[in-house]
Write a protein that binds this ligand. Sequence first.
Ligand SMILES: Cc1cc2nc3c(=O)[nH]c(=O)nc-3n(C[C@H](O)[C@H](O)[C@H](O)COP(=O)(O)OP(=O)(O)OC[C@H]3O[C@@H](n4cnc5c(N)ncnc54)[C@H](O)[C@@H]3O)c2cc1C
Length: 394
Amino acid sequence: MPKSNPYDILIIGSGPAGLSTALHLAQVAPELAARTLILEKAHHPRAKLCAGGLVADAEIILERLGLDSSEVPHVDVETAHFDFAGKGLMISMPRKHTLRIIRRDEFDAWLAGKAESRGIKIREGVTVKNVIPDKDGVTVETDAATFRARVVVGADGSNGVTRRCVLPDAPIHTARVLEVIIPTQPSPKFSEFGGGQGRGREGAAYFDFFPVPAGIAGYTWDFPTQIKGQPMRCWGIYDMNIFADEKHPPLKETLAQEMARHGLDLAEAEVNAHPLRWFSPFNGFAVPRVLLVGDAAGADPLLGEGISMALGYGHVAARAILSAFTRDDFSFRDYRWRILRSPLGQTLTARWFFGHIIYALRWRWLQSALWRSLNPLIFVLAWLFVLNWGKRMR
Ligand SMILES: Cc1cc2nc3c(=O)[nH]c(=O)nc-3n(C[C@H](O)[C@H](O)[C@H](O)COP(=O)(O)OP(=O)(O)OC[C@H]3O[C@@H](n4cnc5c(N)ncnc54)[C@H](O)[C@@H]3O)c2cc1C
């Protein structure tokens, strides 16, 4: 197949990580952005399994790119509840929403449109099959053509081909995640279970850590959302999967149990699953000429949050690429340190650490105490180490 070579930088994947890398390049190195092409196997708006919770850090990074996420259809959540079996810590932001919920087909298509309007080229419907770096550049084989570039960015998500090609032996840490979308108005059958929507939950998001004592390293969630303007609820369960060798209850049954507690029948909903590759400071992040961003590099292990992280990786990667072209050094030896010392890397490292601690404390009484009585401590730790990193991304 012929090698087409008008671009110096190829970004594989146009999710938030790939698009953020391109948008940050357009901001810090417009001459490089003009020589960048994104290859995307799907066509926007494309489906992406995700609860769509945007934290404040994501909005801050977007604002610094001159983007306003309120242009995307969304639901703003006033309060977020971090509970153990229904009781615990409530967080709300003064004069601001705590969480903004978007649908990923709409959000990613909007972001792709913004990138295109700033001159970034995206070729949709092209699936990358192989990524082969050598000392002079990278060959990228796709189902459409073979490309050659000086730098490749692997932004192709948790199951991406880039990482598998360039770091085939690297250990993989993968969380298990299930999600269901249900109508806000329950069917009459649900009211037999005494529920409807339960606790008057319309404007709130709930995280419940009740599965931890059973060996599930995570929580169930319940968010408001909308589909084509119709109010819906998004339920799901996250398991960091650090006790993979142990026997524990299946995720689906655990989610069904929690939904039943609120009068909802999981059997009536379509359950979707997707793995989530999470960050460890020991992950591989780059090889010469190839960088990984977003889930390909590693999302938040503690809560499985990845949209703000994907946007933050774009900030770091664009500067690493600019530095590589300036110094004519494409080893990307310093990319790990760029990530780890950035506010993004610091919060990811803290979440990796807390994930291993909090989910290992499996005594029911201790989990209950953590979320119900020790919540000032949790709040201070979260404020110091976990939240507000987006503001510090300079
Ligand atoms: C069930 C679930 C719920 C979640 N909920 C939340 C949440 O509420 N909030 C939050 O912040 N995070 C959430 N996450 C995590 C979040 O979805 C991810 O962290 C985020 O999508 C990562 O973005 P990304 O750009 O790295 O990858 P992706 O969004 O996966 O984008 C990768 C892109 O690459 C393309 N691609 C893949 N392979 C190829 C190929 N071979 N060739 C060309 N293109 C390719 C894909 O089509 C896709 O467009 C959730 C994840 C799951 C599974």
